[in-house]
Write a protein that binds this ligand. Structure first.
Ligand code: AMP
Length: 564
């Protein structure tokens, strides 16, 4: 194994040396790679169950024999420290084994979502210069193996297509075989222990919800991600008795490390993977596995509450806490959790760019239902500013800036975007509008960034507009969020047709599907206009469009009127 430390990679923006030294001296950064920390947490209890997925049950001993075996085999395939693997896997056991193997070896997984398609994955593979892609053979009827080969053919750097669930194409490698136990576990472990990755190098890349036309890669180092997990574990009181259920896609930061599956394993608990957040799937799993903690977006929490209210009688008594985050919960949803599901709701607000806030168990009801929590780490810095960039008076709404030991100083290989997304002194500009209460709790009041939050899935307006402009009849396009009772927001497209052209929603959808865009980005309503409203400085007035679609939705009583 060669060791080219990623810290010298010109695409990675390190923390200033004095800040890094401060975080290390304060004990926030351990200076130990995540694979080593996770392996050490497992050593105390090799016989305990670590991971459950359907009929698959792995003890800590089994899990690490497989992870070390996979790490050695990745090395055998020629993957070197700092190489990237584009990982697009659903909630399968191979996801966890592969991720742990990467963390051990210093190969960097890039966490894509199962809903991403050629449009997103092709760009991500190019940006990351991915050396390998890991996919399921098929998922919900879609041929991921075929797509991975298309991407590999188009992107010059991809050398391996790793397929879970029985590959069928020549050139695919079987991810199940790659994740088999090491044939000589002690030797595999010794070799990996002897050559750990640099704790200040990126351990994994997350994808930004983003506001730009192309997805941005967020490099998370071993030290910074470990710090985030330590504090998320403390805030959510994870420990050896924790049974965490991953009901949302495990590649989401919230489900992966906030505290998530990796947090459960670091705390010596158990991670259970569910194939879908559907309550008909999840509730039997909670009952069978005696799940204690889980985390979902508000739209899913609402489905769970409604399913229960409709008469579900599964035994959910093991459930201690339900984390709700990713979007602001509607109405009285949070207040309904305890009486209906019998567990403590914990609101969360956070981002793959680092900052995580949670309400805590034991907080008064007013805090739990009325705020999105407070930062999990005392070293997280928050600043709420007005449009002029100056701090607003305490308690007033403004744009949240943040800095801290889990908030990277830049996206990967994106200097121009970094100049807009970060201040010169390292604050990340979240684009969220919040109020900071005197007790340190945050209330998310809105958003300043051009993004649509569809039930927790983030859609860049610019990306939808770029794709809509490919439709021949579209002269101008603007995507905005329209309110929706279930998902919070959906995508609405305003378009100015070219003279004489007829543009229908189906045309835009068909064009976006041809381009290979993920389904959750497709507009669900099209409004044709003669001209787009402009602000005094000549920009498209998105606020006016949002107000307009809000009016239309309330008149129609639905975000998706027939024939729209
Ligand atoms: P992601 O990195 O995909 O988790 O997206 C982060 C963004 O999701 C934040 O910047 C917010 O815009 C939004 N978000 C996350 N949690 C919440 C919440 N509790 N309330 C409102 N918006 C949220």
């Amino acid at each position: 194994m060669t060791s080219a430390p990623m810290s010298v990679d010109e695409g990675f923006v390190p923390w200033p040396a004095d800040v890094a030294a401060r975080y290390t001296e304060a004990g926030l950064w351990h200076g130990v790679p995540l694979g080593t920390r996770l392996r050490a947490a497992a050593d105390a209890q090799p016989e305990e169950t670590a991971l459950v997925e359907g009929a698959v049950r792995l003890t800590y001993g089994d899990l690490w024999e497989r992870a070390d075996g996979a790490a050695r085999r990745l090395d055998g395939l020629g993957l070197r420290r700092g190489d990237k693997i584009l990982v697009q896997l659903p909630n399968r056991w191979e996801f966890v084994v592969l991720t742990l193997a990467c963390l051990r070896l210093g190969v960097v997984p890039v966490m894509a979502l199962p809903s991403h398609r050629r449009h997103e994955l092709g760009q991500i593979a190019e940006q990351a210069e991915a050396a390998a892609i890991a996919v399921p053979r098929t998922l919900r009827g879609f041929d991921h193996e075929g797509m991975a080969h298309e991407i590999a053919a188009a992107c010059g750097t991809v050398r391996h297509v790793l397929v879970a669930g029985g590959p069928t194409r020549p050139g695919s490698a079987d991810l199940g075989d790659l994740c088999a136990p090491a044939s000589a576990p002690d030797a595999a472990r010794a070799a990996l222990d002897a050559d750990p990755p640099d704790p200040r190098a990126p351990a994994l890349f997350l994808l930004s919800g983003g506001t730009t036309g192309t997805p941005k890669l967020i490099p998370r180092t071993h030290d910074d991600y470990g710090c985030g997990m330590d504090h998320a574990i403390a805030a959510c009181r994870f420990g050896p008795g924790t049974v965490f259920l991953a009901a949302m896609p495990v590649a989401h930061n919230f489900t992966l490390g906030g505290p998530g599956v990796l947090g459960a394993l670091l705390a010596g608990g158990r991670a259970v993977l569910a194939a879908s957040p559907d309550p008909a799937v999840v509730f039997p799993v909670i009952e069978r596995e005696r799940v204690t903690d889980t985390g979902v977006v508000p739209a899913v929490a609402l489905r769970w509450v409604e399913h229960r209210e409709a008469g579900d009688r599964r035994d959910l008594s093991s459930l201690r806490a339900l984390q709700i985050g990713g979007a602001r919960p509607p109405g009285d949803l949070v207040r309904r959790i305890r009486p209906v599901l019998g567990c403590t709701p914990q609101q969360g607000y956070g981002m793959a760019e680092g900052l995580i806030c949670f309400t805590r168990q034991g907080d008064p009801d007013e805090v739990v239902s009325g705020t999105q929590g407070r930062p999990i780490c005392p070293a997280d810095e928050l600043l709420v500013v007005g449009e002029d960039g100056r701090p607003v008076p305490p308690g007033e709404p403004g744009i949240l800036l943040t800095r801290g030991p889990s908030t990277p100083r830049g996206y990967y290989r994106a200097p121009e975007h970094n100049a807009r997304a970060f201040t010169p002194d390292g604050w990340y500009i979240t684009g969220d509008i919040v109020r900071l209460r005197p007790d340190g709790y945050l209330v998310v009041a809105g958003r300043d960034k051009d993004m649509i939050n569809r039930g927790g899935e983030k859609v860049s307006a610019e990306e939808v507009e770029d794709l809509a402009h490919r439709v021949a009849g579209v002269a101008q396009a603007a995507a905005v969020a329209m309110p929706d009772a279930v998902l919070g927001e959906r995508v609405c497209l305003y378009a100015v047709p070219r003279p004489g052209a007829r543009v229908r929603l189906e045309d835009v959808v068909a064009e976006m599907e041809r381009a290979g865009a993920a389904r959750y980005k497709l507009p669900e309503r099209l409004v044709l206009v003669d001209a787009l409203p402009l602000t005094p400085v000549g920009k498209i007035d998105k606020k006016a469009l949002r107000d307009d679609v809000r009016r239309r939705v309330s008149l129609d009583g639905t975000s998706r009127p027939a024939g729209a």
